[in-house]
Structures are given as structure tokens and as C-alpha cells.
Design a protein around this ligand. Structure first.
Ligand SMILES: [Mg+2]
Length: 365
């Protein structure tokens, strides 16, 4: 099989109503991505996820550098292609961020092609582990810009829908307000629902130590991204001293950076995100690394779960998956949760193929 054409795109799908966490605000979810065509008629779809900012730079990286290097290549040689692109023209200027997100889109499209050619959903092609379903936890009721009333209403509805895990954002300017909101959510969801809180890097070590300790009383399942994602030592200190496990990984861009976190004991739930990590090829290596330390994989869903459901379903040490339903309607086989569990996809491929009309509706590049 040979690659004959590479076509970039960017879609902006509205988020209604717009959301914020401690450092981001989003009214649209951005999907800069790529369609890769082959001489056997199979088309692979890959994308990464953004707050609809910077997409033009990701698309330009694909158009100028990665796309031309792919023409004539065999998609089944995905790991060699990954090395060639990773250490190619973009290596000098981008070993993380834009370059790695563009690489993720390409790598995901290649795995989509491979599993389509095999006639299998990607999770089966990679070797299945969870044949029926995957536990989902819901992040979409806990945004930082929600009033306390809306927060309580939304998490209540999520629990009524059958979810047994809820994540909420913290990182208000006055941490006493965070405490008050977490207390209210724990009260309304009861003791049987797992509750995670996400700081989105907003705290420093002093705030994290002080308020992490105070919040322990609410039986938190994890404390997510409390500090700057480059601060391995700070997270190690928190992991040692708090009675709440540390989760992070959505801003960790390669296996070496994960190695440092894992080996130092500075992360307890590994949230590697395939859309940031350079794709499936690197994600699988991080999953193997985490497995050797008996650490669970719980991906952050920059893809909104479409691709990660395959990875969790085929990974022994992956325990559950985040759920945010913003973009599911654009896909041919949308990620679907019923009674708190992802229903595993059955169509061949990585569940990345988009309906043709979504390009008319949401394409910006
Ligand atoms: Mg997060």
C-alpha cells in the first residue's frame, strides 16, 4: 500500500455554552487534522484537539513538512515514518507542542488506515483486553465558570444518567471558594461516586500543599495537574505528603518526560493524551512504561474519547476513560456512553472518520 495524497484541515466545533477552567477558555473545540489517501482506496483520518487557537500552525506543519514526506510511503511502516518525521525538518524548532500535535494527527491517521485495512476496530487490531465496555467518568458538569447552582445541578444529572465518576475544576482566585464548591458537590453526589478535582496548573507548591491537605476530607480519587507540568520535583513532594493521588500527563509530551515523572514517584494516575504525545505509536510505549511500575493509564481526552476508547480497550493497565461529549456528532461512529460505560466501537479503524457534511459546517482551514 502507498500513500498518494495528504490533505490537512481544521474544524471548529461550537461548545455550548462556552467553558473555562483555571487557565483556558473555549467556545469551540478545534480539530486540526489530516486525511491521508492511499492507492488502495482507504482513507485515514487523524486529528489533534485545541481550544481553537494555534490550529493554523499545526496545519502548516502538516502541509509544509509532514505531508510531502509521506507521499509514496507504506502506512504499515508507521513506526519508521514516526521516527523520520520526529527527527526530520521540524526537530530543530519543535520537540513538543505544535510539532508533536501535528505528528499525532498524522500518526493517528496511519493507524486508522492500518486497522481499516485489517478490517478490525483499532482496539482489536492492537490486541483486545476489555471486550464489553469501559468505565467512563464525566468532566462536562464541573467547569470553573459554572455557578455553584449550575455545578450542583449538572453533577446531579450526570449521576442520574448512570455515571459513577465525576470530575470538577478548581483553581478559583480564592481557594476557600474551591473548598466550598467541592464540599457541595461531594454532599450532592454522595459517598459512592468517585470525585476528581483538576487544578489545570493554577497552584504553586504552597497553595497545593495547604489546600490539597484541607480537601482530603472529601475523599478525592485524584488531584489533577496541581502545578506547572515541568515541575517533577514539586509533584513528587505532593505525592509524598498528600493523602490524595496525583494525576497528570495532558501536558507531558514524550516518553522520556513520563519516565522522569514515573520513576520519581511523582505521578500516580498517568493521563497520557494521544493527541499531544505524537500519536498512538508513542502512547503505547508510555502505557508499557507505566505498566512496569503498576501505574494505571487514565487518558486525558484531547480527542474527546474517539481514539482513546480503542487504546483503553486494548491496554491491560488502563482502567477508565474521561467523557466529554462536545464533538461526538461529527463522527461516523461516535464515542457512545450508556449507563456510565463506553460501548466499544465495532467499525474498522480508529473511530476518527468524520461525516462529510461536518466539513461544510465546521471547516475553517
Ligand atoms: Mg485536566
Amino acid at each position: 500500500m502507498k500513500i498518494t495524497k495528504v490533505e490537512s484541515f481544521a474544524l471548529h466545533v461550537p461548545i455550548t455554552p462556552p467553558i473555562t477552567d483555571a487557565i483556558n477558555a473555549a467556545s469551540h473545540w478545534g480539530l486540526p487534522g489530516v486525511r491521508i489517501y492511499t492507492d488502495e482506496g482507504i482513507v485515514g483520518y487523524g486529528y489533534t484537539g485545541t481550544c481553537a487557537l494555534g490550529d493554523e500552525m499545526i496545519v502548516q506543519t502538516i502541509d509544509r513538512y509532514y505531508g510531502p514526506a509521506l507521499i509514496g510511503k507504506d502506512p504499515f511502516m508507521v513506526k519508521e515514518i514516526w521516527d523520520d518525521l520526529r527527527f526530520g525538518a521540524m526537530h530543530w524548532v519543535g520537540r513538543a507542542g505544535i510539532a508533536h500535535m501535528a505528528l499525532a494527527a498524522v500518526d493517528i491517521a496511519l493507524w486508522d488506515i492500518i486497522s481499516k485495512a485489517a478490517g478490525k476496530p483499532l482496539w482489536k487490531y492492537l490486541g483486545g483486553h476489555k471486550p464489553q465496555r469501559i468505565k467512563a467518568y464525566n468532566t462536562n458538569g464541573g467547569w470553573l465558570n459554572w455557578t455553584k447552582e449550575r455545578l450542583i445541578r449538572d453533577v446531579s444529572e450526570i449521576v442520574e444518567q448512570g455515571f459513577t465518576g465525576v470530575k470538577m475544576k478548581v483553581g478559583k482566585p480564592d481557594s476557600r471558594e474551591d473548598y466550598d464548591r467541592v464540599k457541595a458537590v461531594r454532599k450532592v453526589i454522595g459517598d459512592d461516586i468517585i470525585l476528581m478535582i483538576d487544578v489545570n496548573q493554577q497552584w504553586n507548591i504552597t497553595t497545593a500543599m495547604t489546600w490539597g491537605k484541607k480537601l482530603e476530607e472529601f475523599d478525592l480519587y485524584w488531584l489533577e495537574e496541581p502545578l506547572n507540568p515541568d515541575d517533577v520535583m514539586g509533584h513528587k513532594k505532593l505525592a509524598d505528603e498528600l493523602n490524595v493521588p496525583i494525576a497528570l500527563g495532558e501536558h507531558v509530551y514524550n516518553k522520556y518526560a513520563f519516565r522522569d515523572y514515573i520513576h520519581q514517584g511523582a505521578v500516580e494516575y498517568v493521563q497520557a493524551d494521544v493527541t499531544r504525545l505524537g500519536g498512538i505509536t508513542e502512547w503505547l510505549q508510555v502505557a508499557g512504561l507505566a505498566a512496569a511500575y503498576d501505574l494505571p493509564m487514565c487518558p486525558h481526552v484531547g480527542d474527546m474519547g474517539q481514539i482513546h476508547q480503542h487504546l483503553v480497550a486494548s491496554t491491560q493497565n488502563a482502567i477508565m476513560l474521561e467523557y466529554i461529549p462536545w464533538i461526538r456528532d461529527i463522527f461516523v461512529e461516535p464515542a457512545t456512553v450508556e449507563n456510565g460505560y463506553y460501548v466499544l466501537p465495532q467499525m474498522p479503524g480508529a473511530s476518527t472518520e468524520m461525516k462529510p457534511d461536518c466539513f461544510e459546517k465546521f471547516r475553517v482551514l
